[in-house]
Write a protein that binds this ligand. Structure first.
Ligand code: F6P
Length: 548
């Protein structure tokens, strides 16, 4: 029998947390650390090779106990099991949510609508591996008999951000003799710059779109087709050698002219922002090779198993989800900064933005009632140490509370002199400075004139998590992504929202479709928007005419 879950604000633990917050909100990390010399070793958790130090958070043992109680009262355990069982937990789209099946080992069984989906997943992986090996070895020839040296992924949102991030993250493992580019924006500059130095005879396009109807992707795909055909003597049959598709929509793929034999499928139970380890990762596999891709999947799977089985008090995604929720809902923090101290992870924050905000940027509960608490925070970030010379000032001395996730690795992939020690010293220094700051007395003791003291004071008490892993490998990347996926899930369950739909992107799409002909019509259209939108459209039409 399913457990009855009370609305969030009526749960016992929620109310206990609200009361507890009143008692601890002024508590300083200086005191918490002074009172417990072992805090920095105690408030840590380690699993599947990831070490999480959460001691520099504004929590006590009681906070943690109540947060874990909230997870229990929210039915998190049951919801995790429901997801892994393939239940249709994406209620507004009546879909299962099974990105975990994408990395399930061959012998596993996950049943959706009476069918074990794991063999289908592995069949697609095998097809991807075969194709990737042929392209990488040069066995796959283009229309003029040349091997493919350039791969361009055309996609947007989940069909772009994951592939771009993974390519950048795993560049160290990539085939350097090949060029990989990513076109997402409908702004023509994106396509023009991506191909400007490339040879059509050596260029393979992957059109990645779950629906194969997305305006940006289809516009870019048609432009790519024109560019490719123009460079290959206009011969239609060249399309089959230079275009492959990743999609769930075979009919639209065929309509575009791509041979469905060169289509790599996935399923409606894979959300776009959870799809980088499906066939959407074809560009990743082409770059790093099938073995590395499988190692990445294994990393995902290890984290999945940890999330599914570990007790919540040692469960990394659960702990991170709960801590994020603590600041979001009780301290009123509006954002979370993700700060990877690893140059290869430079696109990780951008990737996380879709994962976290498209998932948990929701205003109603599963049953359609308006939430009475804040849901998903804003995620943002840049790699360290660059951010330190830009926005860290605000994190250290601004008026907002910004919980930070620091991500670092014990070993660099490019050892060069003292660089890595300096890099890691900065990670540890930043978390220390944020937590403990510098008191007026300390500032004065340095001989600072009185008038300058307030400017040089660091209040501290700014919370952070530190995630340490051994080295950035395909496997580690898989673990890291799955960690955030499940942390997002944890929060969504507690907020009782649908973390797997994205109705909020629809209105803008519909309105754009209405406005396109109003910009393109030769004759002046009758405009029925508001006065601002009407005026903007008229102004653009006028300037467009003047530019002719
Ligand atoms: O922006 C909305 C969205 O539907 C995302 O969820 C998705 O990742 C993206 O568009 C791309 O969709 P598709 O893969 O169908 O082109």
């Amino acid at each position: 029998m399913t457990k009855q879950i009370a609305p969030l604000t009526e749960r016992q633990a929620w109310n206990a947390l609200a009361a507890h917050h009143q008692n601890v909100r002024e508590l300083h990390l200086r005191k918490l650390f002074a009172d417990d010399p072992k805090r920095g070793e105690r408030m840590t958790a380690e699993a599947v090779g990831l070490y999480l130090d959460y001691s520099k958070n504004r929590i006590t043992d009681e906070t943690l106990k109540l947060l874990l109680q909230l997870a229990d009262e929210s039915g998190l355990r049951e919801r995790i099991d429901a997801m892994f069982r393939g239940e249709k937990i994406n209620v507004t789209e009546n879909r299962a949510v099974l990105h975990v099946a994408l990395r399930a080992p061959g012998g596993a069984s996950i049943v959706v609508d009476g069918e074990n989906v794991v063999p289908q997943v592995h069949a697609v992986l095998d097809k991807m591996a075969d194709f990737s090996s042929r392209v990488r070895s040069g066995a796959w020839k283009g229309h003029t008999g040349k091997r493919m040296r350039n791969v361009i992924n055309i996609g947007i949102g989940g069909s772009d951000l994951g592939p771009v991030m993974a390519y950048e993250a795993l560049k160290h493992y990539s085939e350097r003799a090949m060029t990989f580019r990513f076109v997402s924006n409908v702004d023509s500059t994106d396509f023009a710059e991506a191909v400007q130095d490339l040879e059509p005879a050596e260029t393979l396009f992957i059109i990645s779109s779950k629906t194969f109807t997305t305006l940006e992707t289809m516009t870019n795909a048609h432009t790519a087709r024109d560019w490719s055909l123009a460079g290959l003597g206009g011969e239609e049959k060249s399309v089959a050698r230079h275009f492959v598709a990743v999609s769930t929509n075979a009919a639209e793929v065929a309509k575009f002219g791509i041979d469905t034999a060169n289509m790599f499928g996935f399923w409606d139970w894979v959300g776009g922002r959870y799809s980088m380890d499906s066939a959407i990762g074809l560009s990743t596999m082409l770059a790093i090779g099938p073995d590395n891709f499988r190692a990445m999947l294994d990393g995902f799977h290890q984290m999945d198993e940890h999330f599914r089985t570990a007790p919540f008090e040692r469960n990394l995604p659960v702990l991170m989800g709960l801590l994020s929720l603590w600041y979001n809902d009780f301290f009123g923090a509006q954002t979370v900064a993700v700060l990877p101290y690893e140059q290869y992870l430079k696109r990780f924050p951008a990737y996380l933005q879709q994962l976290t905000m498209e998932s948990n940027g929701k205003h109603v509960t599963l049953d359609g009632n308006k939430v009475t608490y804040d849901t998903g925070p804003i995620y943002w970030g840049e790699p360290g140490t660059n951010g330190q010379h830009s926005f860290y000032q605000l994190i250290h001395q601004g008026t907002r509370l910004i919980p930070c996730d620091f991500i670092a690795f014990n070993k660099t992939l490019n050892p060069l002199g003292r660089h890595h020690d300096i890099l890691l010293a900065n990670v540890f220094a930043q978390t220390e400075a944020l937590a403990f700051g510098k008191t007026p007395d300390q500032v004065k003791a340095e001989g600072t004139p009185d008038w300058l003291v307030p400017h040089r004071v660091f209040e501290g008490n700014r919370p952070s998590n530190t995630l340490l892993a051994e080295r950035l490998t395909p496997e580690t990347l898989g673990k890291l992504i799955a960690l955030y996926e499940h942390s997002v899930f944890t929060q969504g369950v507690i907020w009782n929202i649908d973390s797997f739909d994205q109705w909020g992107v629809e209105l803008g799409k519909v309105l754009a479709q209405r406005i396109i002909p109003e910009l393109e019509n030769k004759t002046e259209p009758a405009l029925a928007h508001d006065s601002s939108t009407n005026a903007l459209i008229r102004r653009y039409r006028m300037r467009k005419e003047a530019a002719r």
